[in-house]
Design a protein around this ligand. Sequence first.
Ligand code: TYD
Ligand code: MG
Length: 427
Amino acid sequence: MGSCPSCNEWHTFEEVEQKKQSSKKHKVDISDGDSVKPLQLSEISHRAEDRVSTGLQEFDRVLGGGLVKGSFLLLGGDPGIGKSTLMLQLAKSSPDKTILYVAGEESPSQIKQRASRIGLKGEKFLVYANSDIEQVISHAKKLKPDLLVIDSIQTAYSTNLTSLPGSIQQVRECSAMLQQVAKKEEITTLMIGHVTKDGEIAGPKMLEHMVDTVIHFEGDQRQLYRILRGIKNRFGPAQEVGVFEMKNGGLFEVPNPSELFLSETSDNVSGNCITCIMEGSRPILIEVQALVAPGAYSTPQRTANGFDQKRLSMLIAVLEKRGGISLAGQDVYLNIAGGLKISDPSADLAIIAALQSSIKDIPVKSGNIYFGEVGLGGELRRIPFVDMRIREAEKMGVKKAVIPSGKTLNGTKLNVESCDHISQLKI
Ligand code: TYD
Ligand code: MG
């Protein structure tokens, strides 16, 4: 620049050499000197992990029975999905636990306002509105809380680094320091992390490797339900889910999700069909809705909501080729009721049934449930956890189940009909 945009003088700029950062790359020292020697597996003492219930059954289920003392967790989710609210809810349900909540995103008065909204008194809930990681750690060491929550790791910073909070370097160093606190001081630490547009946790992928447990909080902003999903868990089952409902007074647990997703089913409409998917170890009954209508354009539309578009195209092709039903010139819309996103292929058969029902404009018989994976030949493939799905269906008042053959079921009052090929399917 020749002229200074601030004082409009010419040639007033001076070159200043930037100070070199110290050559030490890592502030964090993880070595214990030479005191550590390789050990035989048999020599290593093991203490059964100390689990503490969160007081929220749905949360405990995802964790595998509660928070393990000294574990290091990462909770990710879209903005506004309810991560901060979940932490307050956790504090409410375990009032005897000391929680140090590091608020980097909201002011203490905002937190107070939300806490009163969900009815949290919070005698042992300590809000610390400072994201300087060194100070956070020194407070945590003094206080020894049962749980340290960092909301969020993207706002945490170390004054020893020049980069801005949220940068890869800051996130990495701050979480490495927190990891040491968790392991050495045995303070259970939970970091909240932002997610990118694709749903990945923002920041270095290393973050996910470093922690013991990665949990995602997901759902549709416009819908009430929220799903807490375990992605990685060193101390318990992965892929387990917990279901919550976001209402005016905070998050509420949903012990029976099938009830939630089937609450608004409409029996006498063509194109609707009930199926059972597995989320973790949990069967959930949901409704799939299909609409086949004459297309307005020369290229027919195929739109899927909550389901993989490519899989829908595949199922349509199978239905045309193996089921002998033509969908030429027809638009196809598929919707998973309740805004749920599913990826379990056992919903295939229900989607085929829903499509057929919409094409023929005949409602699927009420009280029927369909599940099974459909292969490219139109054949039905066996799926896991048939017993559990049948039991859940029975509990929800289903009368008849249409499933792939090959499984003998004992002790069910349900009328079970087996089906081997989509051409045999009766709706
Ligand atoms: P929040 O916990 O701030 O989300 P995150 O920390 O993941 O960004 O979620 C706030 C949202 O939840 C906000 O849109 C309002 C809604 N909400 C309710 O619907 N009911 C409630 O009782 C509370 C506390 C929040
Ligand atoms: Mg928040």
